[in-house]
Every structure is written in C-alpha cells, then in structure tokens.
Design a protein around this ligand. Structure first.
Ligand code: CP3
Length: 345
C-alpha cells in the first residue's frame, strides 16, 4: 500500500495534503506523561524500544496525523559518541564534559562504531514497522551537525552561543573537525534508520539562525547537504526533509541548494516567499506558528491561509516548529482535522 505522506514528499498525486506535527509525541499528551513517569526519565524511555514505539504511535491514534515521528532525541548521538548526556529537571539537556580542545574530540568515538551503539533506536524502528498501520509513514530523524555541535561545545542549551562562536571565529579548524566527525556518524546513523525501516528522514537544524548569513553554508548547510546527498544516492525513494530554522533571509539569497525532497519552512518565514523562492525545486513543509494552537479560531485562519498559498503546489502541513507542552490536546486535534478538511480534493 502506498503511503500518502511519502507520495506527497515525492510530488506524487495524493487525495489531500498530509499532516504531522513537530514534537508530535510529548508532554502535551497525558498518555505520554503516564509512560514517561512509569519509565522514571525521558532517557530511560528513549532506551526502551517497546515503550518508545508505544509513545511514537500515541499521536496517530489521538490526533490523527498521517505520519509518525520516531520517539527519540537528537542528543542520543553525542551521548553514544561518549559524551554522557543527562536531562536536569527544569534545565534541559546537559553534557558533563563539553568539547574544549582537539584532545576532547579525539576521546569521542566516531563513524560506524558510534552509530552501532544506537541499537535501541533501530530496535524501536523495527517494532514500529510491525505495529504501524500500512498507510502511515514513519519519519526517522537526526540533528544537523551544527545543532548537535552547539550542545557538544556549550554542554547545554544556550542563548548566546558564545562558546561555539568563539571557536567559529578563533579556531574554525577545530569546529570543522567536530562537524566532520559528527557528520560521519550521522550519515551511518541515518542509513541504519532507513535500513531498520524509516520511510522518510528529517534533518533538524534548530539553531541555524545562530550563524550569521555569510557563514551559514560553511558551518552548517554544506554538512547537511552532504548527509542528504549521501542518502539520496543510496536510497532515492526515501524522502529527505531539511529543516533549517530561521534562515528566511538566506532563501532570499539563493543559498538553499542540494539533492533533497522537502524544505521545512519555519513559522517566521512567509510561506508565499518560500513558495516563490523554493517551491519549484522542493516540496514545502509547514508552517503554522505553533502558538496558534492556543486558539482554535486562529488555527483555522492560519490553516486556511496556508492552503490558499500552497493549493496545487507540493506541500505537507506541519507546524513551523515544535508543539509546546501546555497546548490542549483538543486544539492539536483541531489543527490536524482542519488541515485535512481544507485540502481534501
Ligand atoms: O517530534 C517528536 O515527537 C519526536 C521526538 C523528538 C524529541 N526531541 C523528543 C523530546 C524530536 C524530533 C526531538 C528533537 C530535538 N531535541 C531537537 C530538534 C527539534 C526542535 O524542536 O528544534 C532539539 C533541539 C532537541 C534537544 C532537546 N531535547 C531539548 C532542548 C530538550 C528539552 C526540552 C524542554 O522543553 O525541556 C529535549 C527533551 C525532549 N526531547 C523532550 C521530548 C518529548 C521532553 C522530555 C520530557 O520532559 O519528557
């Protein structure tokens, strides 16, 4: 059976525009919270394939999306490279020993060895392939090397990115060495996700906007493109979605290039502009401002406006970034059903 979601990514004709949500499984769902609390922690849940598969499927049944996104986190990659990840309550992710020197980087494992340690992710995907309805797609994912590097260098989330930017301008060779090592792991990691059964893969560059426009290609986009092109060459039928958040100014300047299928438009980028600049080349995903989910009326208005712009074009409905934990489930359902209502042929 063909999957509407995969067909839409590959520009094949579909009965309506499919929809999924970034951070689809998570704290806004009481069913997720019950499983997470039972498991004791978020990381325990990531490491338990049966439970991770269960929470991956929850939003399909509850909110009715067309694709499931694997339940995991981008930071399991540096964790398995040897960086000792923990989630501190109320503070988010932390790495005990951030990378400061080349010796710190050399201590981390790379390539196939690191990618092979992520067995719980591949196990989760295999279980999901057995459990998912045949018409629903499974989206695997990774963080972009740059976004992963920000956590590996800062040791945690940051507002200023001063430590990685100090490295960018005063020791770019070391930053490139980190990005190279991460890129080499990610290529194999994504390949293993596809081999395990992922139907689509997305590369999240959540912190793209931290880089000034003239440096973005050098420190992030080219590595993302390298990963995408590696995968497209081996698996031409597996769609690759790129999501560089906050780079609308660069689309304007034609920086977006590469062999991939779908460009994820963030909520700060006017959809009409993305269509004009990239719509011929890539299917566009997005891009409702996630906080519209606080109001059903505002959600409907936005979904209708997006549909008006994207009608007849290659498009996938999504939020323009992740859903927030205090969004009422009812409103998330409303978003999904409105996307399907406006786009039914
Ligand atoms: O989208 C999905 O449903 C799939 C699962 C998923 C998670 N994280 C689960 C998660 C995905 C795709 C991610 C990606 C991720 N993780 C990104 C890129 C995407 C984006 O939103 O920009 C980033 C930057 C991270 C790093 C990360 N993980 C942070 C900063 C945090 C803390 C967030 C917070 O609000 O405290 C996490 C934890 C995390 N990852 C949670 C979930 C459901 C919350 C964990 C919990 O408390 O249960």
């Amino acid at each position: 059976m063909s999957k509407i979601f995969v067909d839409a990514c590959l520009r094949k004709t579909t009965p309506y525009t499919p929809v999924w949500m970034m951070r689809q499984a998570g704290r806004y769902l009481p069913e997720y919270m019950a499983v997470r609390n039972e498991m004791g922690s978020f990381l325990n849940l990531c490491h338990a394939p049966e439970r991770a598969a269960e929470v991956t499927i929850q939003p399909l049944d509850i909110v009715g999306v067309d694709a499931a996104i694997l339940f995991s986190d981008i930071l399991v990659i540096p964790d398995e490279m040897g960086m000792d990840l923990s989630f501190v309550k109320g503070e988010g992710p932390k790495f005990a020993d951030p990378i400061k020197t080349e010796a710190d980087l050399d201590r981390l494992i790379g390539g196939e060895e690191a990618a092979s340690k992520l067995t719980y992710v591949y196990e989760t995907i295999k279980l999901l392939k057995e459990q998912l309805p045949e018409d629903k797609a499974l989206i695997g994912f990774t963080g972009a090397p740059w976004t992963l590097a920000t956590y590996m260098i800062e040791g945690q989330g940051t507002k200023t990115y001063n430590i990685c930017k100090k490295m960018m301008y005063s020791n770019p060779e070391l930053l490139h060495k980190i990005l190279r090592k991460v890129t080499d792991v990610v290529k194999i990691y994504m390949e293993k996700q596809i081999e395990a059964g992922a139907d689509v893969v997305q590369i999240f560059d959540s912190w793209a906007a931290a880089i000034e426009p003239s440096k973005y290609d050098e420190f992030s986009w080219k590595y993302m493109v390298e990963i995408a092109e590696y995968l497209k060459e081996k698996y031409p039928e597996i769609p690759v979605i790129m999501f560089p958040k906050g780079i609308s100014a660069f689309i304007e300047r034609g920086l977006v290039y590469g062999n991939f299928d779908v460009f994820g438009v963030d909520w700060g980028t006017p959809m009409a502009m993305a269509k004009e600049k990239l719509g011929d080349k890539y299917v566009l995903q997005g891009n409702m401002e996630p906080c519209r989910l606080y109001s059903k009326e505002e959600t409907t208005k936005c979904v209708e406006a997006i549909q008006e712009i994207m009608e007849g074009e290659g498009h996938i409905f999504n939020l323009g970034h992740g859903i927030l934990p205090d969004v009422p489930v009812e409103n998330a359902k409303h978003f999904v059903s409105e996307c399907q209502r406006v786009s039914k042929k």
